[in-house]
Design a protein around this ligand. Structure first.
Ligand SMILES: Cc1ncc(COP(=O)(O)O)c(C=O)c1O
Length: 515
């Protein structure tokens, strides 16, 4: 216990030397608590910084920092040399803090409800994100983060920060940074046969924001919209949150079944498709289907949302050009992202909209969140224009192709009787098909218990598919991780088969049949 120079004993002060909270901050908290609870009454003189430091075996600076903080916040008053006193008139808001710190909130329900729109937005399920500090095989959609050319990126970043220009630190253009829009339009024209000028490219904070924007702009509450089934949950969530009604359209080997869509809901307002590499089945939409979809949209006056998912990663064969390039009537809105091709935390994606709708979409984008960070956009523009982007894509294409082969090898070696897997010409994941008698949700949770993330295919489906499967991402995992993951997955699934056999044997015994 420290004795104040006023003669009053200070309550015991507990400081933890090993804590991550700095000592001055701990001392400040202790004294503040004493003042607020009245243990250090108004007008009380605190010990001098020297006495306090000596009494608590602290550096004098530590005590001075704590006192300065209390002084700045009005808990104590005084001047150097004349002593430090607990303030006589605690400001009301400090007293309020004192009252509140001991009060249990009585949360009332009266008038604190959400709007109907808010209720939908806050309860619509969206695909889960992996635990960022423990991304495990085979969580899909994770690129090889360790292979990202971070030195090049950091050089480009520092170029801007060493000499920051006001244009990039102030408010930016809601349509996006002009050089980036131009770089994207050149890339899309050359690599994806997308027909667009830089003006038609609008930068968003990732593709999820683009979904949100498009659905809000195009749908009225209750409007029907075709979505792929199974399909990407993020788009379904954006659609439902905008008040739309999802119409799940089945997939087959050629992609979304347009005829089935017409039978289910001929007059849908829009159709969402991921034609270059459907998520999660990995199907590439045939040319005949693309033309049928455009023909339906033209006939019924509907929009098409083209998510050009995974288009950068095609390992064999020539990629089919984007659907947008076949559209003559301005019905296709094209979406892309840098999340998979660079890294998800960059949160940069884009929309390509028909020329006569650009100004409206830019306005809507401004309402949502003004604009995406300008320096990130400028760095990305340089990254593309200086050739680093295409170099990175080429390197990753080779790496992911190898990683896909490793996954197939590992699954065939460890799980040949439990998982059927086919090579895919494109993408960052494969679907491992399970035997008919397996429930993929049970298989997935058993895998999770063994330290493997293998999402069940049924989680992506609205109408249950005949056969279950597991979505297995491979791009972000090295050889060792893939083999270890396959071994763990094998052990998880074998446990289930043993349990299954045991169950059916006991059922047979109970029923009186012996096998
Ligand atoms: C098919 C599909 N579209 C869009 C996204 C989301 O992209 P972004 O990270 O740009 O929001 C994902 C992410 O996994 C995806 O799988």
């Amino acid at each position: 216990m420290v004795k104040g120079s006023s003669g009053l004993p200070l309550p015991a002060i507990q400081l933890e030397a090993s804590s991550y909270v700095p000592l001055y901050r701990q001392l400040y908290e202790e004294l503040r608590k004493g003042i607020l609870t009245g243990r250090l009454p108004p007008g009380m003189r605190l010990p001098s910084t020297r006495d306090m430091a000596r009494g608590l075996s602290l550096a004098r600076n530590t005590v001075m920092n704590a006192y300065d903080q209390l002084l700045a916040e009005g808990y104590v008053e005084g001047h150097v040399g004349s002593g430090t006193y607990v303030t006589r008139s605690l400001p009301d808001d400090l007293l309020y803090t004192r009252e509140n710190s001991h009060r249990v909130l009585q949360l009332s329900q009266k008038g604190r409800s959400f709007s109907r729109r808010g209720a939908v937005l806050t309860s619509t399920p969206v695909n889960a994100s992996p635990n960022p500090s423990n991304i495990r095989p085979f969580w899909p959609g994770i690129p090889a983060l360790d292979a990202f050319p971070s030195k090049v990126w950091s050089r480009l970043v520092s170029r801007y920060w060493e000499n920051p220009c006001a244009k990039l630190l102030g408010y930016g253009d809601s349509a996006g940074y002009p050089q980036l829009r131009e770089a994207i339009s050149i890339y899309l024209g050359a690599a994806r046969a997308v027909r667009c000028t830089p003006d038609q490219v609008i930068i968003t904070s990732g593709r999820q924001q683009a979904f949100d924007l498009v659905m809000r702009v195009l749908l009225d509450p209750g409007d029907a919209a075709w979505i792929e089934d199974p399909g990407y949950m993020g788009v379904r969530a954006a659609l439902i949150s905008a008040g739309g009604r999802p119409v799940p359209v089945p997939m087959d080997k050629e992609g979304l079944d347009v005829r089935a869509g017409e039978t289910l809901y001929q007059d849908a307002r829009l159709a969402y498709v991921s034609p270059s590499h459907q998520y999660p089945l990995g199907v590439t939409m045939s040319l005949a289907r693309r033309l049928a979809l455009l023909e339906w949209a033209n006939r019924s006056g509907a929009w098409i949302i083209e998510d050009d998912y995974d288009s950068e990663y095609r390992y064999t064969g020539r990629p089919l050009s984007a659907l947008q390039g076949l559209d003559d009537q301005g019905r296709v809105i094209y979406l892309g992202t840098f999340s998979k091709v660079l890294f998800p935390a960059l949160r940069l994606g884009y929309l390509v909209v028909p020329p006569d709708r650009v100004a409206s979409f830019v306005n809507a984008r401004a309402v949502l969140s003004r604009f995406s960070p300008s320096i990130d956009q400028a760095v990305l523009a340089d990254f593309i224009n200086e050739g680093h982007f295409s170099r990175h894509v080429r390197r990753m294409r080779d790496l992911y192709n190898k990683r896909q082969k490793t996954l197939i090898q590992a699954l065939n070696s460890e799980l040949h009787d439990l998982i059927e897997v086919q090579p895919d010409e494109a993408g960052l994941h494969l679907v491992g098909w399970l035997p008919e008698y397996f429930d993929d949700v049970v298989a997935s949770s058993s895998a999770a218990a063994q330290g493997v993330d293998a999402q069940p295919l049924s989680a992506f489906s609205i109408n249950r598919m005949g056969r279950g499967g597991l979505v297995l991402g491979y791009a972000g995992y090295d050889k060792h991780q893939v083999w270890e993951g396959a071994r763990r997955l094998a052990s998880a699934l074998r446990h289930l088969t043993v349990a299954k056999k045991f169950q059916s044997n006991t059922a047979n015994v109970a029923g009186g049949t012996y096998v």
